[in-house]
Design a protein around this ligand. Structure first.
Ligand SMILES: C[S@@+](CC[C@H](N)C(=O)[O-])C[C@H]1O[C@@H](n2cnc3c(N)ncnc32)[C@H](O)[C@@H]1O
Length: 470
């Protein structure tokens, strides 16, 4: 019998108390007993964690033929173990289909339990703290639906809409099937932390994007108007690109670059599902994109969300092992790339506004990168004073650093994040003034609690894309 099937049957025996791991492993006819023993022991050690991740990712619902113990062994290998030994055989493609979701759910569990290492998840209950209260944020994709329709849909499903939150405390206090509108970002709904919407028909149809509030800040603060040309410099997997497209109402152009072909492929799927039609994807090194290329002559907005250590986000640690506590050398390498990318972005001739963001907590990747760029461009670019009421500001390492924004579970009920908005000081005479000044996000009119119109029938499939729906 193959390794995983054998491990699953031994695990099933152990968990149903039909014997000890050792006895069952030796009773099996598998040749590499040591390897089998280690796999079963480790899977059993993480059993509760794996159950939680498998349940919240809906793996067994989606793959009806997959037995629970085999699922546990396979998910252990994928997320916590050494990857698929011997290639994973026929199970690898199945697990590949669910990989992103499983990783996201493990990351979410870590955020909820406020831990950064897999090992720490083994402590009973981990450390319930403020991070366990990070709500489930849901961005309504206005390319496919409207805020009012989405709110109506949830209400008809038995959720109770509480209107626009007036403070973080409202979000912190959310329980059960209640939901709110975010106090700051338009079209962002807030649900209690444990709400799982991965199987929700509106999510599957691309009407909803499950995106942390902090990760919605970059596009919202860049705020390109419809018709603008925008570069998304490090774009995959594309949640921020789809947000930009929604702000543009699919009018204008997004030039999206990424080096990673695999991530670009997922991004193409994500964008298609989200109804994005104004984006050109390119597998290209952003540093090699020429600012003097005529294709980019109208680019006034750049979103730069480069690779980072991910020290603010357990999700990133999963993609890049060891990222939670970056070594000095790694930090230096990342900061070097981030600096080059930001300096390069600022050389696009028509650029008016740029958002630099990371999900890192390290000063080297954040304030230091911004300071370097400002020093390189004295009098040309400055930090825009955005969101004055945002409670968590940049580290005061240089004058004006307080204009940068930081985010964390404790202070903003979000993942750890950093955002800086740079704007050109002098507007070149060739650029129309009105287009150059982008507004800050303004909360749209909150839907009233009382239902105004029947948009999507209860239980019905959501509508397909509606053009000009905003
Ligand atoms: C933090 S992720 C971007 C996340 C994305 N903005 C989103 O919201 O979904 C950073 C991305 O930068 C890409 N990248 C790294 N170096 C790059 C380069 N030189 N040019 C373009 N993309 C690059 C990585 O492949 C990775 O997909």
């Amino acid at each position: 019998m193959a390794l995983y099937a054998t491990a699953a049957s031994v695990l099933a025996g152990v968990e149903s108390r039909r014997g000890s791991i050792k006895g069952l492993v030796y009773a099996s006819s598998f040749q590499n007993v040591k390897q089998l023993y280690a796999l079963v022991c480790e899977t059993q050690r993480y059993s509760a964690v794996l159950d939680a991740v498998i349940a919240s990712a809906g793996l067994l619902r989606a793959e009806k033929k997959l037995r629970p113990h085999l699922a546990k062994v396979l998910v252990y290998e994928l997320l916590l173990g050494k990857g698929f030994r011997g290639g994973g055989g026929r199970w690898k493609p199945l697990l590949d289909r669910h990989q992103a979701r499983l990783k996201a759910e493990l990351a979410r569990l870590k955020v909820q339990r406020r831990v950064s290492r897999n090992e720490d998840l083994l402590q009973v209950g981990s450390r319930p703290g403020t991070a366990s209260q990070v709500p489930r944020f849901v961005r309504v994709n206005t390319l496919k639906t409207s805020l009012v329709d989405a709110v109506d849909y949830f209400k008809r499903q038995g959720f109770s809409y509480q209107g626009r939150a007036s403070s973080l405390e409202d979000a912190r206090a959310l329980r059960g099937r209640c939901f709110l509108l975010d106090p700051l970002l338009p079209e962002l709904l807030v649900f209690p932390a444990q709400t799982d919407l991965h199987d929700h028909p509106l999510y599957r149809a691309g009407h909803l994007i499950l995106q942390d509030k902090a990760s919605c800040l970059p596009a919202a603060l860049l705020a390109p108007p419809p018709g603008a040309h925008v570069i998304d410099a490090c774009a995959a997997p594309g949640n921020k690109t789809s947000h930009l497209a929604a702000l543009l109402q699919n009018q204008g152009k997004i030039f999206a670059f990424d080096l990673d072909a695999g991530r670009l492929a997922s991004m193409a799927t994500l964008l298609a599902r989200a109804g994005v039609s104004c984006c050109e994807l390119a597998e290209e090194d952003f540093l090699a994109v020429s600012p003097s290329d005529q294709r980019y002559r109208r680019v006034q907005y750049i979103l730069l969300d480069p690779s980072c250590s991910g020290s603010g986000m357990p999700a990133r640690q999963l993609e890049e092992p060891g990222a939670g506590t970056p070594s000095k050398a790694r930090l230096q390498a990342l900061a070097g790339f981030q600096q080059r990318a930001l300096r390069h972005a600022l050389t696009f001739p028509s650029l008016q506004r740029l958002v630099y963001s990371t999900c890192s907590l390290c000063q080297e990747e954040n304030e230091d990168v911004v300071r370097d760029a400002l020093q390189q461009n004295p009098g040309t670019f400055r930090l825009a004073p955005v969101l004055p009421s945002w409670p968590h500001r940049g580290l005061g390492t240089f004058p004006g650093a307080e204009y940068c924004l930081r985010a964390s579970p404790e202070t903003t009920l979000t993942g750890g994040f950093f955002v800086a908005v740079l704007e050109r000081v002098e507007v070149p005479s060739s650029v129309p003034q009105a287009e150059a000044a982008a507004p800050e996000p303004t909360p749209s009119a909150a839907p009233r609690r009382k239902r105004r119109r029947q948009a999507v029938a209860p239980g019905a499939q959501p509508r397909t894309q509606q053009k000009g729906k905003r």
